[in-house]
Design a protein around this ligand. Structure first.
Ligand code: PSV
Ligand code: MN
Ligand code: MN
Length: 424
């Protein structure tokens, strides 16, 4: 299914009067509104290929129909999102779920949709058909060097696929760890993992980055070999300048102060990438901003403070990606909501009066510090985000337009009701 520019313009025309009224009011209280709008237009969030289908839980899966059946159709889906919101201009692939058998054709198709290839993701948490050795007891940490070698070779293959597509980063998330006390020698598991990561690191092209993603629990429940930001940072520091820590919002123990974590990682120049989602309990992979929008704003606020202090470009110097899974909602609708929540939090963080906050911090004026932050958080920035979309040629209200166009119904007609996308 294709959405043409003309139909978006027509739709926006019908919304314009109401939008202008709301936008003029919102813009009137923003100091550098043009600067804010430009930043919002530049900001792009990558969509992971595995979020385009219904994920399910370990208890069941209830696919909604019209899911992408091939890599080509996944690219088309992300293209649809990008058309609608102007902020989803990248796709992140997972190997072997998305092997690009004809890379130049895949690259050209993505370019047609205005998409680039974000970080490549390797997979050593599942055994694949025909694979020689099993990852049941880990991959890069494994006691058997041959299993470690297999995991390293897989990652090198992923890099090669990425090079062919024009990607420039590799995300390594390892499910390695142990589920019972005594199962692992922690130090040896760390050393084996480090050695394996070093072998992958050595295969990185000059301009590539490697993101080491941590996770506190699941699928292992006693220890994870890359279990928190401290361990990830240890690996990244030992690996070298091309290695960074990747923060996934769902991968912490309850109540972790993620905003402090990103601040310190930025201070060390070691924050590389970010996976957005939301959760109430753990790695729930819920829609961004659906449970803890204030936390999301606070994280963004620290991200911007740290990035600005280092002179980093918000749009290009970190890898921004959604990492979500959908059980009860239409995945595309969910992704539109997630991107919207990210843009809102970003816009709110751009409005924080940094000078006033720094002055209040210096005076230990705690109440004022809170006022400054909440002044920005409680501003309705939705008209600013919509205006950025309008200027980018996207839809003023993407989700509403998605429904008006009957996108899902059309996809079901095209692809069928019983389709299964590869993914988590
Ligand atoms: C598993 O928790 C996970 O969601 C990680 O966050 C990875 O980024 C993703 O799977 C894909 O490998
Ligand atoms: Mn993740
Ligand atoms: Mn996860």
């Amino acid at each position: 299914m294709q959405i043409n520019k003309h139909s978006i313009q027509e739709y926006n025309q019908g919304q314009l009067q109401e939008h202008s009224r709301r936008y003029d009011f919102a813009a009137s209280s923003v100091k550098d509104v043009e600067g804010v709008l430009q930043k919002l237009m530049d900001f792009q969030v990558a969509i992971p290929s595995w979020a385009l289908g219904t994920g399910g839980t370990r208890f069941g899966r209830f696919p909604g129909g019209g899911e992408p059946r091939s890599l080509e159709e996944k690219i088309e889906d992300v293209g649809l999102l990008h058309r609608l919101n102007g902020a989803s201009g990248a796709i992140s692939l997972h190997i072997p779920w998305d092997i690009p058998t004809n890379a130049s054709h895949i690259k050209a198709l993505a370019a047609q949709h205005g998409l680039r290839f974000d970080a490549m993701n390797s997979n050593t948490f599942q055994d694949q058909p025909g694979q020689g050795l099993s990852y049941k007891f880990g991959s890069m940490q494994h006691v058997d060097k041959a299993v470690r070698r297999q995991a390293v070779e897989h990652n090198i293959e992923v890099i090669e696929h990425g090079v062919a597509l024009g990607s420039d980063s590799l995300t390594v998330w390892l499910s390695d760890g142990s589920s019972f006390p005594g199962q692992l020698n922690f130090r040896k598991a760390f050393e084996n993992t480090l050695e394996s990561l070093q072998e992958v690191y050595a295969a990185l092209p000059e301009n590539w980055k490697m993101f080491v993603e941590y996770k506190a629990f699941e699928p292992n429940f006693y220890s994870m070999t890359v279990g928190d930001w401290g361990q990830s940072l240890l690996y990244a520091n030992k690996l070298g300048p091309k290695a960074y820590t990747l923060v996934d919002l769902g991968h912490h123990l309850p109540n972790a102060n993620i905003e402090q974590i990103v601040s310190l990682l930025l201070m060390e120049g070691k924050l590389g990438g970010f996976h957005f989602n939301d959760s109430k309990y753990g790695d729930d992979d819920l829609t961004v901003g659906s449970i803890k929008p204030y936390q999301l704003f606070l994280i963004f606020s620290e991200l911007l403070e740290g990035m600005d202090a280092r002179g980093m470009n918000h749009a290009t110097d970190l890898g921004w990606m959604i990492d979500a899974s959908h059980n009860v909602k239409d995945p595309l609708e969910d992704l539109l909501q997630s991107v919207e929540a990210i843009m809102i939090a970003y816009a709110q963080a751009l409005l924080v009066d940094r000078k006033a906050l720094a002055a209040a911090q210096q005076e230990n004026d705690v109440a004022r510090c809170q006022e400054v932050l909440q002044e920005a958080y409680r501003t309705d920035v939705r008209p600013l985000v919509a205006e950025a979309r309008l200027r980018a040629g996207a839809a003023l209200r993407p989700l509403q337009f998605f429904r008006e166009l009957k996108v899902r119904e059309n996809l079901i007609k095209e692809r069928g009701r019983k389709t299964v996308a590869t993914g988590l």
